[in-house]
Every structure is written in structure tokens, then in C-alpha cells.
Design a protein around this ligand. Sequence first.
Ligand code: OFO
Length: 177
Amino acid sequence: MIDLSPKMQDAINLQISYESYASNFYLALAYWCDDQALEGCKKFFMRQSEEERMHMLKLYDYMSESGVHPVTPAVPQPPVTYSGIQAAFQKVFEQERSVTLSIHNLLKLAQDENDYNTQHFLQWYVDEQREEEAVIRTILDRIKVIGEGGQSLYYIDKEVDKINIQVIAAEAAEKSK
Ligand code: OFO
């Protein structure tokens, strides 16, 4: 049984709400892409939405293992529309940066409390955030190179689809280790 302080329980519950929001944020974005006929981007965000849900569920399980009942959060409304695909990915980058910050704050709390189990548990999230930010940076760089006018949306969508396939392959390789 893991011993979680009341402060740590609250902080993990807050992180549950962030992961839950992230899952809905990506779901809404996937269907904005659907409206724009951006199939590759839609697939990318649908997978990301599933991943965020899995991140949330990992936190539920961690709380539950420690004998604490996790709180299922009310989730704020994510954005419904964007001015363009570059603005959408820029928003994604900001979203991921804010989650990275909250994971780092959680880790700092675990260190301050000498909670070694939670420090170890959170390392997975630290790595995950680093990888997610790197993927989004790559996409933003490619959008800058391709440009956003005329037929470039078609090429951006193809690039994002390609990157999505690479992410899925990398995850499968990681799981088979
Ligand atoms: Fe939960 O991985 Fe990003 O936000």
C-alpha cells in the first residue's frame, strides 16, 4: 500500500482533471480537423485524446492502489474553433507546456515530501511530456517550412499523418521491450 499525504492526494486529483481536460481538448480538436477535411490531423488528435485518457486512468489506478478514492473531475469546455492549423498546433504546444509544468510541480511536491513512490511513478509522465512536446515542435517546424496558404494544407495533413504513424510505431516498439 502506498502512503499518500492529503496534499499529494489533492495534487494528483488536480492532475487527473488536467489529463481529463487534455483528452477532451484533443477530441474537440479532432472534430475541428474533421470539419476542415484534415483526415491525417484528425487521426493524430484522436490517438492523442485516447492517450490522455490513458494518462488520466493511470492516475486513477495509482490513487486507488493507495486506498484513496480518486475524484472524477468536472471538465471545462475546450476551444471549439481555430483560425488555422498553425494556430491549432500552437495552442496544442501551449497546452502541453502547461501540463509539463504541472507534472514538474507535482514531482517537486513529491520530492519535498520525501514521497519516493510518487517520484518514481511520475518519472513516466516527465518522459511522456518531453516526447509529446518534441513531436509538436517537429510539426510546427514542418508547418513553417510548408507554409499555410493554398494547397499547403494538403501537405501539412500528409506530414501529420506520417508523424502519427511514426509515433504509433515508436509506442509499439516501446511496449514490446
Ligand atoms: Fe498527458 O500527456 Fe500531454 O498532456
